[in-house]
Ligand binder design. Sequence first.
Ligand code: PMV
Length: 322
Amino acid sequence: MKQKAAASAPGKVILFGEHFVVSGRPAVVTAINLRAKVEVVLENDKTIFRSRQSWSSWSRKGEPVHPTPPKTSSFTPLYMMASKIMEDHGVSSCFRAEIYSDIPGGAGLGSSAAISTALARALSNLFGLNLSTQRLVEYAMVAEKEYHGRPSGIDPHASAYGGTLLYEGPGKFQPLQLGISPEMLVVFTGLKRKTSDMVDQVVKLASENRREFGELSSLYSEVFVRSVEALKSNNLELLGRLMTINHYLLRALGLSNEVVEKCVEDLLRTGVYGAKLTGAGGGGSVVAVGRTNQEAAVFSLLSSYPKAWVVKTSCPGVRDEN
Ligand code: PMV
């Protein structure tokens, strides 16, 4: 057992297939260069989680010390995951976890999965468990289920494996080798929302409108097939057009709103090849792929949003840090 360890994991952008992936259709996800880092240090009698915004602690016996119930902590899913890792490996220890993340929460960029995956890897190192990447995903899913209800698992796979993945379900994915990993624009609308609420909304809509949902899913499947061709051949213009079509399908599922529409329209007006909401929708972020000679127009637009990035795609997955 070490005294301390650290790991980081990337956030992600879903390029195609959010929500459709929950009902079993394949999606395309790429790891981006916004990361969450977690440092863990052995402690004597308390387990503490701390981020820039807040902190929580549990006694050695597993009782919440701060905040005390009835208030629940946003770190509870992480504590549950850590407890499961320790229980499965016969470890009984207290630790402090310091979380540093570039990824805003509730923005559709995989913040919770990046933190869970980085924490699982840091604990694996701290306790000398040598957990495989797939085991890290499985543990991150423990926290994801607490945070999101019924996650497809796409986020922890992207955080753990990195790169660009064709993702169908837990353990069912293929890395996609891209000739060039295009840079993309990611704009956070500033509207945070809960993934589980948006997923429930779509599940309800799908069960009440089976035929229409089936038709939209079939249209999505065609977009998916062409998106893989576009990615493999580095055809960014086609990729952008397909992203915009995917956005319209998500809009038909009721996942857009005025704020998201304005953001997509603003981006399209600058001449990008395409733009779509990414993640659960209802706010969150918009991703766009564009031509470089539009940069001036794009940058002046980006400054009018709360947060925006030109991100690298196909970035490395979870890794150890000092
Ligand atoms: O907004 P995010 O990062 O939580 O992405 C959710 C993607 C969904 O397809 C809507 C849900 C899921 O678990 O796949």
